[in-house]
Design a protein around this ligand. Structure first.
Ligand code: SAM
Length: 239
């Protein structure tokens, strides 16, 4: 099976229609990821088919949560090499996307990616979630916060929930067997104004990998004392 077939039929297994224009963008993104990964550390996955399955299709599984709209305002916290934010933006071109990461070289690479594949309406932030979640222009300003492979759910909730508007969602992409992590984070999520409303388990196409998507709705404002100062959530996770 060639790369295009994997992308398109993997997409259709997830209920998504990936057209030729999107596929072309995904392939330019893949080439840039491989090229930049030789200079800076972006991903341990270098095989092209694996990039398509484990990065692109995996990122797109977020859409299966049902909370995304064509033009949602979304922040990807700890986006790294652009996951899941960039694939979501390729699929929903009207998305208002903010990519945030603490490492500036990753942000620079993402700027080049978005320019080369003509993604407009993308904001780039080099900084820590704890600092930006306190700023007026970002706090409770997003319909959805997403994050993959950044931190434990309790810590991640303190990074992400401050960005989300009341009634918006925080979608955490997690591995299998997430129930214990969810139950450990329940009090922290409540303290931060959230509520776990759903958990979806998904098998990645063309693999035996199972992932979970935890959907947390913001039901109340986050108290002003959160997020705590940079570094504190990871040192002293909310219990
Ligand atoms: N989300 C990407 C993915 O799934 O491929 C990247 C995952 S990588 C393991 C974690 C990323 O989160 C890194 O790029 C790191 O710089 C960023 N990160 C970790 N803690 C952060 C924080 N407090 N604020 C902003 N970025 C953070």
């Amino acid at each position: 099976m060639n790369n295009l077939d994997i992308l398109k039929s993997g997409g259709s297994q997830l209920g998504l229609d990936i057209d030729d224009k999107m596929a072309q963008k995904f392939f330019v993104f893949k080439d840039l990821l491989i090229e930049w990964n030789k200079k800076i550390n972006l991903t341990g996955i270098t095989d092209e088919k694996e990039i398509i399955i484990k990065h692109f299709l995996d990122s797109l599984t977020c859409i299966n949560t049902g909370v995304f709209r064509q033009d949602s305002k979304v922040i990807d916290v700890g986006t790294g090499a652009g996951f899941p934010g960039v694939p979501l933006k390729i699929y929903y071109e009207d998305l208002k996307l903010t990519l945030l990461d603490a490492l500036n070289k990753r942000i620079k690479y993402l700027m080049e990616v978005c320019e080369k594949i003509n993604l407009s309406n993308v904001q780039f932030i080099h900084g820590r979630a704890e600092d930006y979640g306190k700023k007026e222009e970002h706090r409770e300003n997003y319909d959805i916060a997403v994050a993959r492979a950044v931190a434990d759910l309790s810590i991640l909730s303190e990074y992400c929930l401050p960005f989300v508007k009341v009634n918006g969602f925080f979608v955490a992409q997690k591995g299998p067997n997430i129930d214990e992590e969810i139950s450990k984070a329940k009090t922290a999520i409540k303290t931060l104004g959230g509520k776990v409303v759903n958990k979806i388990e998904i098998q990645l196409p063309y693999s035996d990998i199972n992932h979970s998507l935890v959907i947390i709705q913001k039901i109340k404002h986050t108290p002003m004392k959160y997020p705590r100062k940079a570094g504190t959530p990871i040192k002293k996770p909310l219990l």
